[in-house]
Write a protein that binds this ligand. Sequence first.
Ligand code: FE2
Length: 286
Amino acid sequence: MASQAELTHLKNDEPLEHVLEVIEADGAVIVEDCFSDQVINQILSELMPYAEKSGSNRTHISPAIAAFFGEYTRHVTGLASKSPTFVAEVLLHPLMLDIADSVLGPNCAGIQVNVAHMLVVGPGAEAQFPHRDEDVWVHMPQPSPEMELSSVTALCDFTTEIGATRVVPGSHRWELDRQPEPHEFANAEMPAGSRVIYLGSTIHGAGTNSTKVQHRPAFHLSYMLGWLRSEENNCLATPPDIARSLPRRAQELLGYDIHYAIDDGGGYLGALDLKIPADMLASGEL
Ligand SMILES: [Fe+2]
């Protein structure tokens, strides 16, 4: 019988080059010790009230989306507008940004946030169907460059029982119609404060939460080529009145920058009144 697939575990102080080597080989990596218990507890105290308020029976865009997320998962969206600690520690996490710049930088003039959500997967939640995150841009001709770098950050210890993310190492190189066998999934078991970081082209999905009472809180945070349209409308999720107080880099990542490709022979995207929105936040024009 074939042995079960596994993911490589690295630490947050691992040299970038080695992290990139693992991602290139496997399409995914686990990075431990990204966030301390203190940071996690602070973020949970800022965000769990929203999760409790939203409940798991929110209305989704369509029945297909509702089925994808299931009936036991609570969502908190637009995290940058709700948790200053999330912005400072997670959105601007240096290693993740360095990886995103390395993976996506060659095919854009700058990266942007795709989506920043907290998902609290409740007991009884079934495994998500295996998917590639980049399939949100299904109209992109294939083969395409890497479009997205995603991450799931564990806000509790991730075990197989509680529904650790399931990842198929190497699937970023597969033919698009190849389906993974059960032994080709690796369970991203990792302590709280770790992240599993994976390419948009890597097959994965949340595992089944087979516990009776435990919830599985985690962040999904992904970055994308700056010229793509994002899954979350980030400028509306973090409107100017809130964005104004955020660090400039966070504003830029949330869509208040322009995608300036003039130096590459292209044009620019995302301007407002022919200006850079982040400049307008700084000057008070916005
Ligand atoms: Fe996903």
